[in-house]
Design a protein around this ligand. Structure first.
Ligand SMILES: [Zn+2]
Length: 289
């Protein structure tokens, strides 16, 4: 599980001095991009696009195949949970979501983008082009209607308006629900994915199957999650143990069958979630109950 990786963005990008950074570096644990990766993607898109006029837009999704945003200036790209919103001065928002396999690559405008059949969207100015691959969502909507796309989300753990109390309130609203499931529901907390949820529960000694109503200190759990996301947002990869070494970055995520780092008990795994939304959960049966 830990040999692969997913990152919200690939290749070189402006602004962080690491244009040669490789997508194939194996730095992100396997899994769906989580809020930290989406936050970083937003920042990189913002750096490449904001304050510049689009010279080209290429929507390779049927519904918007004829859309053309050239001539509009991008004002900003922001993340809301795992959603990306790129806004223009014409009151237009391009809403994208990486879902399972999506990524963005930023490259010089003059270079040809590779992987043509995987491209879903290109936004370019005369310096940079942002190329979106296998995006799970691509849509255009009036900026005034963004709530339609992201209004269902709970408090954004990396947002400027992060609201800890509201997140707790939403979690508590369904006290019988297993905490492992509730943490992943983006209507409760926007930004947490399976890796963070799994690690948060280990660090707080909570079984993923414990009902929300029986979590003694929900506040501490949510605060921990926010701190973990925040600490990871600047890097390509998730580390919860403090060790950057490959194979040592998580406590239990991706470690089923291996000994617990704390007590040596074999880490277990099982699926959790509603049909069609099951995720593999890893936990230590000794450290978590
Ligand atoms: Zn243990």
């Amino acid at each position: 599980m830990v040999s692969g990786h997913r990152t919200g963005i690939a290749g070189g990008w402006p602004g962080d001095g690491s244009v040669a950074r490789s997508y194939e570096g194996g730095r992100r644990l396997a899994g769906v991009p989580e809020g930290d990766a989406v936050w970083l993607t937003a920042r990189r898109l913002h750096t490449a696009l904001a304050g510049r006029v689009l010279t080209r837009s290429d929507f390779r999704v049927p519904r918007f195949a004829t859309a053309d945003l050239s001539g509009q200036a991008v004002t900003e790209t922001v993340s809301r949970g795992k959603h990306l919103l790129t806004r223009t001065d014409a009151g237009i928002t391009v809403h994208t979501h990486l879902r399972m396999d999506g990524s963005w690559r930023v490259q010089p405008a003059a270079e040809r983008a590779s992987g043509g059949h995987r491209i879903r969207l290109i936004l370019a100015n005369d310096t940079w082009q942002a190329v979106g691959y296998l995006l799970g969502v691509v849509e255009i909507l009036p900026t005034a209607d963004e709530q339609r796309a992201v209004g269902h989300l709970g408090p954004d753990m990396l947002g400027p308006d992060w609201d800890q109390a509201e997140a707790e309130r939403r979690l508590r609203a369904d006290p019988a629900r297993p905490i492992g499931e509730a943490l992943l529901d983006q209507r409760n907390l926007a930004g947490v994915g399976n890796i963070f949820a799994t690690e948060m529960l280990f660090l707080r000694g909570l079984s993923p199957w414990r009902p929300v109503g029986e979590v003694a200190d929900l506040r501490a759990l949510v605060e921990l999650g926010q701190r973990l996301l925040d600490a990871n947002k600047e890097r390509d990869g998730i580390v919860t143990t403090g060790s950057q070494r490959r194979g040592e970055r998580t406590w239990v995520y991706g470690r089923a069958g291996q000994p617990c780092r704390r007590c040596g008990t074999t880490i277990r795994k099982a699926e959790q979630g509603d049909p069609g939304e099951e995720r593999v959960r890893a936990w230590c049966p000794h450290c978590q109950d």
